[in-house]
Write a protein that binds this ligand. Structure first.
Ligand SMILES: [Zn+2]
Length: 248
């Protein structure tokens, strides 16, 4: 299990955007002003697709795992798809988790965790590669909306990681995705030489990249305030074979 929590007192780079006190989720209205989440009520009683909004990282993780179990079992409920909720959410949002994952078409977070409209913020790049711009996008929810949980989600058979493993093993060949390769190089170097199997190397890289990304996010200045206020950043791995997510 990877859990990052550290003490900090300084707000990060996007302070002032919906900056709020402890203990209450705040939604962001269409004009950018923070709105208390209990003002965003729906016909089924919650700001989101579920009956209540998880207020802590552990509650949010449990809700994600419940949804993933439904997805893996082929029992998805596709919550939060109604017109009434959509119209309610036009007035504000209170997402309870952020998933930072890959662009892969088979790893859509709302499917994988069987969540609905307004539940998740998602940030996706090839191989969940990371840079300062991505950090600010991931930080927006925890910082402005007090979203309590960030999940960095790697996945089986990741094409971006496979590309990088090949490119770094064949440096005499042209690399049309050198930015991705550069971003994934630390993870390659972490596992390089641990196996003779390229498939095993790729799988090890995928997991190493998740853990590396969790560490990088935790060290980004944007997260200092949210981490001090209870935010958790966790790493996870999605199996295409089983549909199941495991916490790393
Ligand atoms: Zn991928």
């Amino acid at each position: 299990m990877t859990k990052i929590s550290r003490k900090a007192s300084r707000r990060g780079l996007i302070g002032g955007i919906g900056a709020i006190g402890l203990g209450s989720l705040v939604a962001c209205s269409s004009d950018g002003d923070p709105v208390p989440s209990d003002a965003v009520t729906t016909a089924d009683g919650g700001a989101n697709s579920s009956e209540s909004t998880p207020a802590s990282a552990s509650e949010a993780w449990d809700r994600l795992m419940e949804g993933n179990a439904r997805w893996a079992a082929g029992e998805s409920e596709h919550p939060g798809g109604g017109v009434a909720l959509r119209e309610e959410l036009a007035g504000g949002q209170a997402p309870w988790a952020i998933v930072f994952g890959c662009v892969d078409s088979r790893v859509s977070p709302q499917y994988v965790f069987d969540t609905g409209n307004g539940d998740l913020m998602t940030v996706r790049t090839a191989g969940s590669t990371f840079d300062p711009l991505v950090a600010e996008s991931v930080a927006y929810g925890p910082y402005a909306l007090e979203t309590p949980l960030v999940v960095v989600l790697g996945h089986q058979h990741c094409g971006a990681v496979t590309h990088t493993a090949h490119a770094l093993g064949h440096t005499d060949e042209p690399d049309d995705f050198d930015q991705i390769t550069a971003a994934l190089t630390p993870s390659y170097e972490t596992v390089e030489g641990t196996t003779d199997s390229e498939d095993e190397l790729v799988e090890a890289m995928i997991r190493a990249n998740v853990l590396y990304t969790v560490e990088q996010l935790a060290q980004a200045p944007e997260f200092e305030g949210p981490l001090a206020n209870g935010l958790e950043i966790v790493g996870a791995y999605y199996s295409l074979d089983t549909g199941e997510v495991e916490r790393l």
